[in-house]
Ligand binder design. Structure first.
Ligand code: PSU
Ligand code: MN
Length: 305
């Protein structure tokens, strides 16, 4: 049985020629942002990657086929669709086998990127260890994927909806390098500073690319997590977002939200409670990550050439 995988001709040619390509996830489109900003952002992120000298590959599963790169029509249809599955490592193969349609999380997008030969991936935020994980055991499969799959993921840090110290501990245990770009502090998605120091700091795309390639040459499995602070003009300071996050978490607890529904529920509540400011910040940081990821992809391609 062969793998049901489709690549656009443009991407197939670029990958064969080892040109820089950046993978993009689709859960941020279906579960992370409301219509129509989700489609506008998906398009803007692709344009940003191109402007920075790489090709974008948005990844999703449509009717049982893994798509590496989506045409604009398909992107539009996915952004409008309701009740799309949110695919991670556990349900990826089942969705393909049953002809299903699903958006890929960070974990599933990393798996798809590796299959396609794409080494760099840009997103907004990753999943991590949820607050209260000592009772709920809610730890995102994104963390184990980072430990196993050799893709460098550029995000804006982890959201304050997570337990950041525990998330860092799990990443350390699993041997995942967590790199802050251009500063010492670990960024926290909407805020530039989580109050924690990142385990590693790098100040150039070239250094991040060199570390990525050297990990492979050392025989180490797994990827790198690059945390790129949101631009200052777009940030929501920690003191402003913290009480809003607390309110959203309390609502989730009251309503008994659990499992895969937790992250989308919290994002939606925070969007409402900030009167849309959280979404504007989210869009700005994804674009910022797309630019950095394209730079890293270019440097990795230069090393491999
Ligand atoms: N964090 C965000 N925005 C997102 C997600 C996480 O700030 O859209 C999405 C990503 O696709 C991530 C997934 O991989 O949620 C993690 O879900 P879970 O916590 O259920 O593993
Ligand atoms: Mn979870």
């Amino acid at each position: 049985m062969s793998l049901p995988i489709d690549t656009t001709p443009e991407l197939a040619a670029a990958l064969a020629a080892r040109q820089p390509v950046v993978a993009l996830e689709s859960t941020i489109i279906t579960h992370g942002m409301p219509w129509p900003q989700n489609l506008e952002t998906a398009r803007a992120v692709e344009a940003e990657v191109r402007a920075a000298g790489a090709l974008p590959a948005t990844i999703a599963v449509l009717d049982g086929r893994l798509q590496i790169g989506l045409s604009d029509d398909r992107l539009d249809a996915l952004a409008r669709a309701r009740d799309v599955a949110k695919l991670s490592r556990a349900d990826f193969a089942a969705c393909l086998a049953t002809g299903g349609t699903g958006a890929t999380t960070v974990a599933a997008t990393m798996i798809a990127a590796r299959l396609a030969g794409i080494e760099t991936f840009a997103t907004g935020g990753i999943g991590g260890v949820h607050r209260g994980a000592e009772d709920s055991f809610d730890i995102s499969a994104d963390l184990s994927e980072l430990a196993e799959t050799a893709v460098t993921v550029v995000c804006a840090g982890a959201k304050a909806i997570l337990d950041l110290p525990k998330t860092l501990e799990v990443l350390e245990t699993r041997g995942v390098p967590v790199i802050a770009y251009g500063q010492d502090a670990l960024p926290a998605f909407w805020s530039r500073d989580s109050g924690l120091t990142a385990p590693l700091r790098m100040d150039s795309a070239a250094a991040i690319a060199a570390a990525h390639v050297l990990r492979g040459r050392l025989g180490l499995p797994g990827g790198q997590l690059v945390t790129n602070p949101v631009p200052e003009a777009d940030e929501i300071p920690r003191a402003v977002i913290a009480p809003i996050v607390e309110a959203a978490l309390a609502e989730a607890a009251r309503e008994g939200i659990s499992g895969k529904a937790v992250t989308p529920f919290l994002l939606d509540r925070i969007f409402t409670l900030t009167e849309g400011r959280s979404l504007a910040t989210n869009i700005a940081l994804v674009l910022n990550n797309a630019r950095l990821a394209a730079g890293i992809a270019g440097e990795i391609a230069a090393i491999r050439r």
